[in-house]
Design a protein around this ligand. Structure first.
Ligand code: NAG
Ligand code: NAG
Ligand code: NAG
Length: 339
């Protein structure tokens, strides 16, 4: 019954959203092919995809379909028929299926770079394999499951002279660039638009019905701390709070972050951090920031934002960026002063 109500609520919310016609138009444009395979540049970057996933379609295939300088040449999946279907459906010339599918794709001479959209626990292994095969790598975030793995990938990329880039697509969106420049001109400069920054907050709540049921009904049974399902949930949590951490550090130009406290739930993480940001006069300033991520909050089904508070001689200021993660669908930036 509860579940039925939940789905009805989600459906009603989606319907309400869909009535915003420009949004629908934008969503319909996502899969449009604007540059056919025949019209691509001769020197186009040739990409191979590891994993015939939904995310690869949205992140790479649809994007490449709009550019002359990028071509998706092959896709690999363990399941052969899935790989074949995916290639046919998206006009990808070659596919590799079966147990050695990923290795086969990495051996291709006509692939310059690979996109890895596999589950987080496989990122390290396949990024290293791709580097060893001489390919640049675009890998889904988080690039690794922990700091040790991330450092290992960084040195492997450096040794190979190749690029490993974590798919932080939003850093290239004008909305995020605008927010970053507003934050960077602050620091200790009280005459900038936001004045002197006092605090930052990154929030990501997206209701995951299974997580909600899990935290209400204890389903699936509370696993032990190091059990496989616990690790699985932690990686899922990491997928989400990664956005909070990355956007805070990147948008504020922080060099360092010190964790003051963390509270980790099964489906949530909240943390207090102290960031070192560079003021516009070159001085370093400490700034407190918070991260809040939850997958099980019914009353906050969707909030994906970066907020800043500051003060200038006229009073307090604030900035709120809404829909940080998918700004290309819709977003809003609200700046207020004299509060
Ligand atoms: C402070 O910010 C204002 C407004 O953005 C700018 O004109 C000025 O150059 C900045 N001062 C310094 C020292 O960066
Ligand atoms: C950040 O918060 C900590 C703990 O609440 C506090 O001790 C510290 O002074 C704060 N730092 C700044 C720059 O506000
Ligand atoms: C600005 O914000 C600070 C901290 O929240 C508060 O103590 C102060 O009263 C505010 N200033 C004005 C003018 O409202």
């Amino acid at each position: 019954m509860r579940q039925a109500l939940l789905f009805a609520a989600v459906f009603a919310a989606l319907a309400a959203w869909a009535l915003r016609l420009p949004l629908v138009a934008r969503l319909l444009r996502l899969p449009q092919v604007l540059v056919s395979a025949a019209a691509k540049d001769d020197g186009a970057l040739r990409i191979g995809i590891l994993g015939a996933s939904f995310i690869a379609r949205v992140a790479v295939v649809h994007a490449a379909d709009k550019r002359r300088d990028v071509r998706v040449v092959a896709v690999a999946a363990r399941d052969s028929s899935r790989a074949a279907d995916y290639a046919t459906r998206h006009g990808i010339a070659s596919f590799h299926g079966g147990r050695d599918a990923y290795e086969e794709l990495l051996r291709r001479e006509d692939v310059d770079a690979v996109y890895i959209g596999l589950p987080t626990q496989l990122h390290r292994r396949w990024t290293l394999a791709a580097l060893a095969a001489g390919k640049h790598v675009l890998v889904e975030k988080p690039v690794a499951a922990n700091l040790q793995e991330a450092s290992e990938l960084e040195s492997a990329a450096r040794r190979a002279g190749l690029i490993v880039f974590e798919a932080a697509h939003y850093r290239y969106h004008p909305a995020l660039r605008r927010v970053r420049s507003l934050l960077l001109e602050t620091g200790s400069n009280s005459s900038s638009q936001l004045g002197r920054l006092r605090s930052l907050e990154a929030t990501f709540t997206m209701l995951d019905p299974k997580a909600w049921l899990g935290s209400r009904l204890g389903f699936p049974a509370e696993p032990g701390r190091d059990s496989e399902s616990r690790q699985h949930e932690r990686l899922k949590n990491l997928d989400r709070w990664w956005y909070c951490a990355d956007s805070l550090l990147w948008a504020s130009g922080s060099r360092e972050a010190r964790v003051l406290s963390v509270t980790e739930g099964r489906f949530s993480v909240s943390a207090q951090l102290e960031l070192q940001i560079l003021g516009s006069d070159g001085s370093s300033q400490a700034l407190n920031a918070t991260i809040y991520m939850a997958r099980d909050e019914l009353l906050r089904p969707f909030e994906w934002s970066l907020a800043a508070q500051g003060s200038n001689p006229e009073g307090n200021t604030s900035l709120l960026l809404s829909n940080l993660g998918f700004p290309f669908i819709w977003h809003a930036i609200d700046v207020a002063a004299g509060l």
